[in-house]
Design a binder for this molecule. Structure first.
Ligand code: ADP
Length: 270
């Protein structure tokens, strides 16, 4: 296939019966390198908060601390523990997404519920620092798993809050396209990212600015989870962003997974 060397294993089992196994070695090496990178990233992400925790434990054991200092150290320790909990929970979510069957096509999730919940979560994280606009009164539904779809839209709104300075605007909008497909778009007027980063944003642990992401509680796995969810639902994630201006993340769902139920018929007037 012109991509790399083929490793071929031929084994004979008596007259005329041969087993031929071949594999693209380059492909195998690439996936092995990805696995190694992944393990190295996870180890690094866990080691950092562990080192901080170990330092605090030593401090508490060796130094006489005032009550105020003791409480401050405990708060910092709790933040580091929370960071590891979020990381482990995101890792488990990714592993489950990779290993489970495609979401059902006969369970319908109201778009208004997805947007309503994401808006509520975003507003509580924002604590009044951003202005929200959301599409209301949507009767469309998407076929799939509510928990996964909720986490995808929720992740996008959480990112919008994290990467948009105070006073910025965030919108969560639903649009049905002419061909029957539908899209949920989360846009912000935040820091944006430059063009060269866009294709890599959904890679596991890829961050444009690692310290900002960590400061705001990010694990670097959010967009990777979003991409998995939308692909599993037969859709696509479309990202547009401009440095210093803002970003827009669009979840596009195919027509086969979008419906607008008929309103119930009104009883006939007598
Ligand atoms: P993280 O936990 O770091 O936010 P994500 O996978 O959700 O991880 O996002 C990956 C990176 O993409 C982030 O670290 C950030 O650099 C960038 N990013 C994601 N969403 C936005 C956004 N709305 N505005 C600007 N940058 C963003």
């Amino acid at each position: 296939r012109g991509r790399g060397t083929l490793s071929v294993l031929v084994r004979s089992y008596g007259e005329g019966l041969k087993l031929v196994l071949s594999q693209d070695v380059t492909e195998r090496e690439r996936s092995e390198a990805m696995r190694r990178d992944f393990v190295a990233n996870v180890s690094h992400e866990i080691r950092t908060p562990l080192t901080v925790l170990a330092g605090f434990i030593e401090t508490m054991g060796n130094l006489p601390l005032t009550e105020v200092e003791r409480r401050r150290v405990l708060t910092l320790m709790s933040q580091q523990t929370q960071r590891m909990q979020t990381l482990v929970s995101d890792l488990l979510t990714l592993a489950q997404l990779e290993g489970s069957p495609r979401p059902p096509i006969d369970r319908w999730v109201p778009v208004s519920k997805l947007i309503g919940q994401a808006h509520a979560d975003g507003a509580s994280l924002s604590m009044g620092r951003h202005q929200f606009t959301v599409t209301e009164d949507i009767d469309a539904q998407i076929a799939g798993l509510e928990s996964e779809l909720m986490s995808a839209v929720g992740n996008l709104v959480t990112n919008a809050v994290r990467y948009t300075p105070e006073g910025g605007r965030i919108s969560v909008v639903w649009r049905r396209r002419d061909d029957g497909s539908g899209e949920i778009t989360v846009s912000d007027t935040g820091i944006g990212v430059s063009r060269e980063h866009i294709p890599r944003l959904t890679e596991r642990f890829y961050r444009v600015d690692g310290s900002r992401s960590r400061e705001t509680g990010g694990t670097g796995l959010g967009l990777s989870i979003v991409k998995h969810v939308v692909h599993r639902h037969g859709g696509e994630l479309d990202v547009q962003s401009e440095l210093g201006k803002g970003s827009s993340f669009c979840l596009v769902f195919p027509a086969a997974r979008v419906r607008v139920p008929e309103p119930p018929a009104l009883p006939e007037a007598k």
